[in-house]
Design a protein around this ligand. Structure first.
Ligand code: CMC
Length: 439
C-alpha cells in the first residue's frame, strides 16, 4: 500500500472557515479527499447514502474503471484471467497477491483436496432444514457453524492463513453441493480426492447412487470461467459487509457468513436467480419482452430489469461480455437450444436502444447472462446465488485479510445526521397518544 501519493490538499469552507483536506492518489490515478479529520476540525460529517462517493479503504486487490469497463485482479485483466487460468489459481492470486508457480499451485491444490470433507456431524444440520429452505440460508448458517467445528480459526502466520483459506474455499463447495442435494431430496455425495476443484463440485452435485456422473470438460471449463468472473469486485455490498463485520474482530467464518447474507439480495448476487425467473415469466406469458421494459421504466412500478445497471459500471460490464459469449459457446458445444437465451438477447437489444436505459447508462451486468449458462449446466435456479458466493469467496477472504493487516484499521462505524424528535419527556401512560396516531 506504499504506492499511495499525497497531492495538494483540497479546501472546504464551512461557516466562513476554510479547512484543508488531504488528497491522496492511487496507482491508477483515482483521487480521494481524506475527510477523516473533518468532524474534529469542522464539526461536520459527510453525508453519502449508499456510499456511492465514499472510499472506505486503500486496497491493492481489485481495480475497476466503471467508465471504460475495466476490471483487473491484482493488475491482471479479467479477460486474460478468465481465458487462461483455473479458478484456484485466481483464488491464490487474490489471497496471496501473486500468481502461484507450478510448485505453489500443486501445494495449494493439495490443501484444497485435503480439506474438502465437512465434519460428519454437520450433516445433522442439513437434515434439520426444511426441503424448501433457500440454499443461501443454509450456506450462511453452515459457514458460521464451521467456526464451532474448527475453532482454531485463523491462526497467526502465512501458513495458518493459507490453511484456513483453503479449508473455507474447499468446504464451501461441499456445503453448497450438499445444500442442493438436500433441496432435491437426494443422498449427499462425498468429495473425491482424484478430482480437481470444479470437477469435484460437479461430481458432488450430479453423481448419485444410481447414476455415475462424468463431468463434461465443456461444463468444467464454463464453471472455471464463471467462478473467476465472480472472484472479486472491490468494495461491493457483500465485501463491505465482510470488512465491516471483521472490523469488530469477528472471526473469518462469521464475517463470511454475513457476506453470504448480504449477497443474497436481489439487487446484488440474488440478481442471477431473479434474471432467470424474469426470463421464465416472459417465456411463460408468450414472450412479451416489451411489457417487461415498460414495467421497468414505469416510475410507479417498483419492478426493475434484473441483470441491468450497476453502481460502478456506466458502460457494458466486462464480465457480462464474457458471460454472454460463454453462454453462447456452452450451449453451442452442448447442443442445447434455450429459448431464454433468445429472450435475453432480444431484451438486451431493446433496452440498449431505449432512451430510458441509454440516458441512465444501464447496461447488462454480470448476472444477465450467467444464469443461462448455469441452466445449461443443469444447476437449479435457487442455487445461482450460491454459485456466485463460491466464486466470490476468495475475494472476501483477501479483503478480510487486507483489512485485518491494515495498520490504519479501525472498527467500521459510520455516522448519521439525526432527524428525529428533539428532547421530550415521558407522559404518564393514560395521557399518551395511541402510537399509530402519533406516526
Ligand atoms: N431497471 C430499471 N431502472 C433501473 C435499473 C434497472 N435494472 N437500474 C437502475 N435503474 C434506474 C433507477 O430507477 C434510477 O432512475 P432515476 O434516476 O430515474 O431515479 C437510475 O436508473 C439510477 O439507479 P439507482 O438505483 O440509483 O442506481 P444504483 O447505483 O443505486 O443501483 C443497481 C445499482 C445494480 C442496484 C441497480 O442498477 C439495480 O437495481 N439493478 C437490477 C438488479 C441487478 O441486476 N443487480 C446486480 C448488480 S451486478 C452484480 C453484483 O454486483 O451483485
Amino acid at each position: 500500500m506504499s504506492d499511495v501519493k499525497n497531492l495538494a490538499p483540497a479546501t472546504l469552507t464551512l461557516d466562513g472557515k476554510t479547512h484543508e483536506l488531504p488528497v491522496v492518489e492511487g496507482t491508477e490515478r483515482e483521487r480521494g479527499v481524506d475527510i477523516s479529520g473533518l468532524l474534529r476540525d469542522a464539526g461536520a460529517v459527510t453525508l453519502d447514502p449508499g456510499y456511492g462517493n465514499t472510499g472506505s479503504c486503500l486496497s491493492d486487490i481489485t481495480y475497476i474503471d466503471g467508465n471504460k469497463g475495466i476490471l483487473r485482479y491484482r493488475g491482471y485483466p479479467i479477460e486474460e484471467l478468465a481465458e487462461k487460468c483455473y479458478f484456484v489459481e485466481v483464488a491464490y492470486l487474490l489471497i496471496k497477491g501473486n500468481l502461484p508457480d507450478r510448485a505453489e499451485l500443486e501445494r495449494w491444490r493439495g490443501l484444497l483436496t485435503e480439506h474438502s470433507m465437512i465434519h460428519e456431524d454437520m450433516r445433522n444440520f442439513f437434515r434439520g432444514f426444511p426441503e424448501r429452505a433457500h440454499p443461501m440460508a443454509i450456506l450462511s448458517a453452515m459457514v458460521v457453524s464451521l467456526s464451532t467445528f474448527y475453532p482454531e480459526l485463523l491462526g497467526e502466520g502465512p501458513e495458518a492463513v493459507e490453511i484456513t483459506a483453503a479449508r473455507l474455499i474447499s468446504k464451501v463447495r461441499t456445503i453448497a453441493a450438499y445444500s442442493c442435494k438436500k433441496a432435491i431430496g437426494e443422498p449427499y455425495v462425498y468429495p473425491r480426492h482424484g478430482l480437481r476443484y470444479c470437477a469435484n463440485f460437479l461430481h458432488m452435485m450430479f453423481d448419485s447412487p444410481c447414476a455415475d456422473y462424468q463431468p463434461d470438460p465443456v461444463v468444467v471449463k464454463a464453471l472455471e470461467k464463471f467462478l473467476i468472473l465472480h472472484a472479486d469486485h472491490e468494495q461491493n455490498c457483500s465485501t463491505s459487509t465482510v470488512r465491516l463485520v471483521g472490523s469488530s474482530e469477528a472471526n473469518l467464518y462469521a464475517s463470511i457468513s454475513a457476506g453470504v447474507c448480504a449477497l443474497w439480495g436481489k439487487l446484488h448476487g440474488g440478481a442471477n436467480q431473479a434474471v432467470i425467473e424474469m426470463l421464465e415469466q416472459i417465456h411463460a406469458t408468450g414472450g412479451d419482452v416489451e411489457m417487461v421494459v415498460r414495467r421497468a421504466k414505469d416510475k410507479d412500478d417498483p419492478y426493475r430489469l434484473f441483470g441491468f445497471g450497476h453502481r460502478v459500471y456506466k458502460t457494458y460490464d466486462p464480465r457480462a461480455r464474457i458471460a454472454k459469449q460463454m453462454s453462447q459457446d456452452v450451449m453451442g458445444r452442448l447442443g442445447i437450444h434455450d429459448p431464454l437465451l433468445d429472450i435475453a438477447l432480444q431484451l438486451e437489444k431493446i433496452a440498449l436502444e431505449d432512451d430510458y436505459f441509454v440516458s441512465r447508462n444501464l447496461y447488462p451486468n454480470v448476472d444477465f447472462y450467467t444464469g443461462i449458462t448455469l441452466r445449461a449446466m443443469g444447476i437449479p435456479t435457487k442455487m445461482y446465488p450460491v454459485m456466485f458466493a463460491i466464486g466470490r469467496l476468495p475475494g472476501w477472504i483477501a479483503q478480510y485479510l487486507e483489512m485485518r493487516n491494515d495498520p490504519a484499521r479501525k472498527i467500521g462505524r459510520p455516522r448519521q445526521i439525526y432527524v428525529g424528535p428533539t428532547e421530550r419527556h415521558l407522559p404518564p401512560i393514560d395521557e399518551r397518544e395511541p402510537a399509530a396516531a402519533a406516526t
